[in-house]
Ligand binder design. Structure first.
Ligand code: FES
Length: 576
């Protein structure tokens, strides 16, 4: 059988008429693949982050079958493969520690195999950036299909959302407002279907980023995981990726600076997670786009939150889908001069062609730009002596009156120190204090855990206090809220000023001026620095050591230094 003349990578495996071709084809045939599948048609990898240890991705075998159907319909040859999966809820010390490891798995699995194009299946928070980062470093034609959000949680007649109500109910329990029985009941009501967190947390945010970047099909972000239309989208992606291979349209054709700028503005408009800041910078640096922390501040200015979803608002992703989803938001941005309309997307049309006529069916869920849900809510990037490399705050989730605040520091040296003392009625803290948490950054935790939204002390919760200024080098769950300064650079464990803060120091936050200052004289800070000792890493071998020695700070995407950039789709030498 003749092989079509083609420049496809897969032909260097399957198109060979020698001992190597025998090996490459013959073992692949062992599950019943006919000879004609090796005739030079595009081979599409389906990169699956399915795992029972990642509850948000447990329906991915079904989605993969729909992608396969689409690939076959378009004349491609689908080959599904597993990669490391990352589940937020079970993986310790934090899934973020392994994002870069998973990205290496994705990158090398794609490069080392006979693939011409890839469909990435991702859902739970870190699986989206990990797969996109890895794929970007190879740069084949690629489409990401998100797993979709869970149906809305239902508890005693009200809707409850992942994370957001987990935090609020846990605080209600600690404040004695609800019983343990109610707490347990809510636990069973909140996550009642396949899919990822259905608040505008990190998973929904990153799925929205995929759609705004143009690397997912229109509608990718919000279709519920169990809605049949999610399977249709997967099938269409399977068909489409075959075309992308034929048209020679690698990921870099879509992941342009314009695409990232669109995504940053979309993030502000959806009230998206602060985690997107780190992930988008990391993805951009893999594909060679110069994206910086300052871009988030510059592009977010003048953008309003339009989407009334938890944690910033009251609805959930299911409502967002029925209201019009991300397309309705992109249309608002485009009509208000906030979208690069010519940015190409993987379905072959520009982002504006896809979204300019997108309907909105519920203006209480997606507000018009002229009458937004919250005004001026782009991520604010702070600077000052406490964060010379930058820090961020999400204004849409913060309390307006705390955005300018001066207070006495109450310092926790680690998350264990925090847990050990926060419930103590004798803790010297009041609502005007600034809570400071150290050693939770990339090196310090390790992995930069989502612990920045420290729960408030019970004695203040009982007084009805619901928010305080909190500062750390940690991240915050996308489902969390509060006046929380995050991603302080340099982190405490890398010797940042944060490491030098002591109880009683005055700290001044002024979000309007983008300032975060530790009001301690430079001479005193110098004295403290001379005494400071870097904490020892918890594990000094294996991946933890590699990570500790090579992880970059949050302002550079917390990637490993040697993973920045890409090596392209080179075909490695034969294996025998
Ligand atoms: Fe997986 Fe929230 S735990 S998305």
């Amino acid at each position: 059988m003749a092989t079509k003349k083609t420049s496809l990578r897969s032909v260097q495996w399957f198109g060979r008429q020698d001992i190597y071709g025998f090996i490459y084809r013959s073992w692949t045939k062992n599950r019943g693949i006919p000879q004609d599948q090796f005739d030079g048609r595009p081979v599409i990898g389906i990169c699956n982050t399915y795992s029972e240890l990642t509850p948000c991705n447990t329906h991915f075998r079904t989605i993969a079958e729909h992608v396969k159907a689409g690939v076959l319909e378009a004349g491609g040859f689908p080959l599904e493969f597993p990669v490391m999966s990352l589940g937020e809820t079970l993986l310790r010390p934090t899934a973020m520690l392994y994002r870069n490891l998973a990205s290496m798995d994705v990158e090398e699995s794609i490069r080392g195999n006979p693939l011409d194009g890839v469909v990435l299946l991702a859902g739970c928070d870190k699986t989206t950036p990990a797969t996109l980062m890895g794929a970007a470093s190879v740069d084949l034609p690629t489409i990401l299909v998100s797993g979709g959000p869970m149906l809305s949680g239902k508890y005693r007649g009200t809707d409850i959302g992942s994370g957001t109500n987990t935090w609020s109910m846990s605080e209600d329990l600690r404040a004695g407002k609800i019983s343990l029985e109610e707490f347990h009941e809510a636990e069973s009501c909140i996550h009642r279907s396949h899919g990822h967190c259905m608040t505008m947390g990190t998973a929904s945010t990153m799925a929205s980023m995929v759609e705004s970047l143009g690397v997912g099909m229109p509608g990718n972000a919000a279709i519920p995981a169990v809605d049949a239309r999610r399977n249709v989208l997967a099938r269409m992606a399977g068909r489409r990726v075959v075309e992308l291979v034929k048209q020679k349209m690698p990921l870099s054709k879509f992941l342009t600076k314009d695409a990232f700028e669109n995504a940053i503005r979309a993030n502000a408009a959806i009230g998206g997670s602060t985690n997107a800041v780190i992930h988008l910078i990391a993805i951009a640096r893999r594909i060679g786009v110069d994206l910086r922390l300052e871009d988030w501040d510059r592009l977010g200015r003048g953008v309003h939150t339009l989407v009334n979803l938890m944690p910033s608002g009251k609805y959930l992703m299911e409502d967002f889908y029925y209201a019009g989803g991300v397309p309705a938001v992109l249309r608002e941005l485009g009509e208000n001069g906030l979208l690069h309309k010519d940015a190409m997307t993987v379905n072959g049309r520009t982002i504006w062609e896809n979204n300019r006529e997108a309907p909105c069916h519920n203006r209480d869920v997606v507000f018009p730009f002229g009458k937004p849900f919250k005004k001026n809510t782009g991520i604010a990037v702070l600077h000052g002596n406490l964060c010379p490399g930058g820090a961020i705050i999400k204004p849409s989730a913060a309390t307006p009156k705390l955005m300018r605040h001066k207070g006495r520091a109450v310092v926790f040296e680690s998350i264990e120190d925090f847990h050990g003392r926060i419930d103590d009625p004798q803790l010297d803290i009041d609502e005007g204090c600034v809570m400071v948490l150290k050693n939770c950054g990339p090196k310090g935790y390790p992995g930069m855990a989502e612990v920045g939204n420290m729960p408030l002390p019970p004695k203040l919760l009982k007084k009805g206090i619901t928010d305080m200024v909190r500062i750390s080098d940690a991240r915050m769950s996308g489902t969390a809220y509060g006046t929380v300064v995050l991603h302080v650079v340099p982190e405490a464990a890398a010797g940042g000023t944060l490491a030098l803060v002591e109880n009683g120091d005055l700290i001044e936050l002024d979000v309007a001026k983008r300032r975060l200052q530790l009001l301690v004289p430079a001479k005193e800070l110098k004295r403290r620095r001379a005494r400071w000792k870097a904490p020892k890493p918890q594990l000094a071998r294996g991946y933890w050591k590699l990570y500790h020695d090579h992880v970059l700070q949050a302002d550079q995407g917390a990637d490993l230094d040697f993973l920045v950039g890409g090596s392209g789709p080179m075909v490695p030498r034969d294996n025998h």
